[in-house]
Write a protein that binds this ligand. Structure first.
Ligand SMILES: *Cc1c(COP(=O)(O)O)cnc(C)c1O
Length: 435
């Protein structure tokens, strides 16, 4: 297949220059800035189905899907109608609406892991609130997190491993006091020994262990089930709560997320992304007695002016209604395999050191194809090949998140036909990168 001319990005580049005078780095969330692939981000004008268009009029098959929320694709008719219908009654009341009940009912009637839920406005807010709940419920201070998992940008979780064996974390952002970071213990993924050692020393002070059960923010670091089972067991042993951050995996790997897929029962779960149908929604949930700690029932304070916003609830209801239909996830996975298998088979036949790592409708572009990567520190830090592939894909009309650590998503709108065709183009891009 011939190499296409580089697309014109003049309008996006001009808009980015203006944006840089308004926003730090020209963006309202850092990964959007295209820093790790060098160059100006594309300014997106509209999306429909699995396609997006930028301000220069270029057309792309979108595998970013707003970083995961758009499991039905862009501009889905059901979401559009439900949002519009709701919008006609106003945008916000700061009082309960029936839509909150409806979204809660959709989730709780199917989910055996949580009895009650609270809606907030982002994944970060959900995790931050649930962490406070874990501390309030247990009366303990310390939190265990795992290197390579992302949980949003609250102070306690912007923490990376310090030096030494069992150690206190070091903040990974300026502005986070060392005293906060010291309450977070950071462990490597997939390391039962480190887990045991940590709990032996600090177990009685640990409020919870928070993990992405399917870590998908730093590569797709599929965990051994035995590791997650060991984590469940050790949390139970020390009366610490097991906290699954399912902001990505929730409603993505199955309606009830990783908990159901792996058949492991956590004590607290957070959701985000898909739950809001492309509007800002996050949520946390737990058993009755844990949720009873939340105000106004209990002493753990948490509130939000726009929490449970009716327009956002409407989008969530419309989206999750589709996700709850029989066969939805099986079909997602079937179509994803068409794409992933075609590309992996090709890369293998050419002996390229490349693999799409995949689970459900998530895929991660790995240039370490020969290894089974479970931990963040096993990822090849050289992202030169990723950067080249990224630009090659854009020039061939394929949009992926602009970072080699991010995963791609397939939506219901990615048809078999589109996926087959796009896989061929993807392979042509691989040839460009490797030759
Ligand atoms: C995206 C994400 C968050 C943060 O959610 P925001 O809505 O971006 O604040 C937290 N945890 C995980 C696992 C995520 O993927």
């Amino acid at each position: 297949m011939s190499v296409k001319q580089a697309i014109s990005r003049a309008t996006s580049e001009k808009l980015f220059e203006t944006a840089k005078t308004y926003f730090p780095g020209g963006v309202n969330s850092p990964v959007r800035a295209f820093k790790s692939v060098e160059g100006a981000p594309l300014f997106i004008k509209k999306g429909d189905g699995c396609t997006i268009w930028d301000e220069d009029g270029n057309e792309f098959v979108d595998f970013c899907c707003s970083w995961g929320p758009l499991i039905l694709g862009h501009n889905h008719q059901g979401i559009y109608n439900k949002v519009l219908e709701t919008l006609q009654n106003g945008t916000s009341f700061g009082a309960p609406t029936v839509l909150e009940n409806e979204l809660a009912e959709l989730i709780l009637s199917r989910n055996p892991y949580i009895d009650k839920i609270r809606f907030v406005s982002s994944g970060t807010e959900a995790v931050m609130s649930a962490l406070r709940l874990a501390r309030g419920y247990t009366g303990r201070k310390k939190v265990v997190k795992f290197e390579g998992c992302y949980h949003g940008h609250s102070d306690s979780l912007l923490v990376k491993a310090g030096s030494g064996l069992v150690t206190f974390g070091e903040s990974s952002s300026a502005g986070v006091p060392a005293e906060f970071a010291n309450e977070t213990l950071v462990l490597p993924l997939n390391d039962i020994e480190a887990l045991k050692n940590c709990f032996e020393v600090h177990g009685n002070d640990i409020a919870c262990a928070i993990i992405e059960p399917i870590p998908a923010n730093n590569g797709l670091l599929l965990q051994e089930k035995s590791f997650l089972l060991a984590l469940r067991e050790i949390c139970t042993k020390y009366n610490s709560l097991l906290f699954f951050d399912e902001v990505i995996s929730g409603f993505r790997v199955g309606f009830n997320g990783a908990a159901e897929l792996l058949d492991i029962t956590p004590d607290i779960i957070t959701y985000g992304k898909i739950i809001g149908g492309g509007l800002p929604v996050g949520a946390y949930g737990a058993r009755k007695e844990i949720m009873a700690q939340i105000s106004p029932d209990g002493p753990v304070y948490q509130a939000g002016t726009l929490s449970g916003n009716p327009v956002a609830m409407a989008a969530g209801i419309a989206q999750l209604t589709e996700c709850a239909k029989p066969g939805f996830y099986e079909d997602q996975e079937r179509r994803t395999r068409i794409f992933v298998d075609a590309i992996n088979d090709y890369a293998k036949s050419k002996e390229y050191d490349f693999e799409l790592v995949t689970l459900a409708s998530i895929f991660w572009i790995s240039f370490d194809g020969k290894r089974n990567i479970h931990r963040a520190d096993e990822i090849n830090p050289d992202m030169t090949k990723f950067s080249r592939l990224h630009w090659s894909l854009l020039n061939h009309g394929i949009y992926i998140g602009p970072s080699g650590y991010e995963v791609g998503f397939i939506s219901q709108a990615h048809t078999e036909e589109v996926l087959t065709k796009t896989a061929q183009l993807f392979c042509a891009c691989l040839d460009e990168v490797f030759n």
